[in-house]
Design a protein around this ligand. Sequence first.
Ligand SMILES: [Zn+2]
Length: 300
Amino acid sequence: MSADTLSLPPPSDEQAYMDVSALEAGHLSVPLDLILAGDQPDEPMNCPSLAFFLRHSKSNKRVVFDLGIHRDIKEFAPAATERFLPVVKQTVAESLEAGGVPPSSVDIVVLSHLHWDHVGDPSPFTTAVFVLGEGSKQVLIDPSSCLNPVAFTSIRLPEDRLRFITDFDLNVAIGPYPRAMDIFGDGSMYIIDASGHVDGHINILARTSPDGAWILLGADSAHHPDLITGKMQIAYRVDVKTCAVMCVHEDKEAAEENIRRMRLLLEVPRVQVLTAHDIYWYEENKNKEVFLPHILLPLV
Ligand SMILES: [Zn+2]
């Protein structure tokens, strides 16, 4: 599939869409040689772990995508946080409150995956349904079963409000993605299977206007914007002594395929692509009115 033939579904009459706002959700330091191939500067990348608030234009349903970093994360993922030095000035719950949205009023929390810098603190979301990829189920049962158990937290989710997206749910193809779920059934917001970083990693593809603008929220699909444009490649090393593989993605080939799909989306008019740790976007927008209560303006 090439960008020439790629399109997203046209809007219907009175098309529903999502207002999307960024949420401050903590920051971390990432060694560049961990995420980018080739020689990299020693200076780590200080980047956000962004979360997002989405509001359905017709039903007013409130969705949060990812919960960033827990204020006391060192307690819940000590080994991971020793390396990445997290700083949390404002949690997702505080960002929502500051924007006039009580966390208890959120209907759906979508978690891209269960790494420590995306799970945050679920406890203020007292009525929300938590939506996760099917691959996250095994991690919840036994974090030590994963390739990189250190990356997960001991934070627990409300067991009676978990909803796992199954193969059966992923029954729609949209744009470059063969497996998606039209979560509200009206074409306003799709859950996308974006496995590769971990099994069951999910993204959101949402309409941001009634006339053809979209946003792809890519979470950890890529840890640096230069990977999406193709300027840089994913870091991948094998330790010659131990034969241990060093890569931030559990399945590098699937992660690369997922990145190729995001690259195709970049070519489609009026589609914004934004990942959790997008340092370029953050540096350009951190002082602009894109955080709740403001919204990201739809691309024109
Ligand atoms: Zn991750």
